[in-house]
Write a protein that binds this ligand. Structure first.
Ligand SMILES: NC(=O)c1ccc[n+]([C@@H]2O[C@H](COP(=O)([O-])OP(=O)(O)OC[C@H]3O[C@@H](n4cnc5c(N)ncnc54)[C@H](OP(=O)(O)O)[C@@H]3O)[C@@H](O)[C@H]2O)c1
Length: 292
């Protein structure tokens, strides 16, 4: 079995990768932040040299978008230096690197899904730090996949989905932003896509289409519509006394970090090059509500 080193293995996507790796014929080597701090070059170099994985998937990131505005050094250490360290080491040892990025590198001025060639223009420091991480990967090492994903939700960790589901059960009224649109994307689908790509990269070796790809759930919705869907599914499951939903503009909730008003990603290139279709997030959400 090929060895797959997973960084950030305790995160939403990291845990899904660890669980699913075997199904794609990979032996997972999951490393949490305590096992490997990707911002430390010597640690990265030593660990990768010791393990000698066949593939690296970087699922580690500083993902607290608002905190990144004030903890800029920490955000940069993980989101820029981390991928840079991994790319330098991976290049030295000829190991393909799979990295995850974000819709928040875009400014949201468009109103149709972003394609890979659209110009990035992050509104937040988190988005800026993730863009710098992408640049570090693509300048240092050709054998990379950068998968930009959006609005990730899943069974592990805290995310918009889990927050809304809890609040809806425990509050009378929920005010939800209705002027931010994006594509919710199940964490298990992100992991599966990365693993399918990793397996293909080994099979296809020299003919593999390395590069940057978008992967975002369909249909694109506002945060308010996303919440309406979650609440209606909870109702169908028999949950009673759910909160009343009230749409509000983002300006109603000033946050430290500005979010793009529109950040759906067009997954067409991934489908054309690899036959991988954008996930139906509603299906993923229904499954998650059943197991939660
Ligand atoms: N969540 C979203 O909505 C979303 C949207 C678009 C893109 N993404 C991208 O998707 C990827 C996976 O995100 P996720 O939702 O799975 O994030 P997550 O649940 O926050 O997991 C990230 C993991 O990285 C770890 N980490 C932080 N700093 C580290 C360091 N210096 N070295 C090693 N590990 C470190 C964290 O550990 P600690 O918990 O100990 O800090 C955490 O376990 C990230 O690249 C993220 O930018 C996420």
């Amino acid at each position: 079995m090929k060895k797959l080193l997973i960084t950030g293995a305790k995160g939403q996507v990291g845990q899904e990768l660890t669980q699913q790796a075997n199904f794609h014929s990979f032996k997972p080597i999951p490393l949490s932040r305590a096992d490997l701090d990707i911002s430390d070059y010597d640690q990265v170099d030593q660990t990768v040299n010791d393990i000698k994985p066949d593939i690296i998937i970087n699922a580690a990131a500083f993902t607290n978008v608002d905190l990144a505005e004030t903890k800029q050094e920490q955000a940069l250490a993980c989101n820029k230096e981390g991928p840079d360290n991994l790319a330098v080491t991976a290049a030295k040892l000829n190991i393909p690197l799979f990295h995850i990025s974000t819709d928040f590198i875009f400014d949201g001025e468009k109103n149709t899904p972003y394609i890979e060639d659209d110009d990035p223009n992050p509104l937040s420091f988190y988005g800026e730090s993730k863009l710098l991480g992408e640049e570090a990967v693509w300048t240092v090492w050709d054998k990379h996949i950068i998968l930009r994903v959006s609005w990730v939700f899943g069974q592990y960790g805290h995310n918009f989905f889990s927050g809304v589901a809890d609040w809806a059960k425990n509050k009378k009224e929920l005010q939800i932003v209705s002027d931010q649109v994006g594509g919710p994307t199940p964490a298990n689908a992100v992991a599966e896509t990365l693993l399918v790509l990793a397996a293909k990269s080994i099979e296809q070796n020299n003919s593999f289409y390395w590069g940057t790809y978008h992967y975002s759930g369909l249909p694109a919705v506002s945060r308010f519509e996303y919440t309406q869907f979650i609440v209606s599914e909870l109702k169908k499951m028999g949950v009673e006394n759910l909160a009343n939903l009230v749409p509000v503009p983002a300006s109603h909730y000033p946050m430290p970090a500005q979010r793009p008003a529109y950040s759906a990603l067009d997954s067409g290139l991934l489908e054309r090059n690899f036959g991988i279709k954008a996930p139906d997030w509603q299906e993923g959400a229904r499954e998650l509500i059943k197991i939660k």
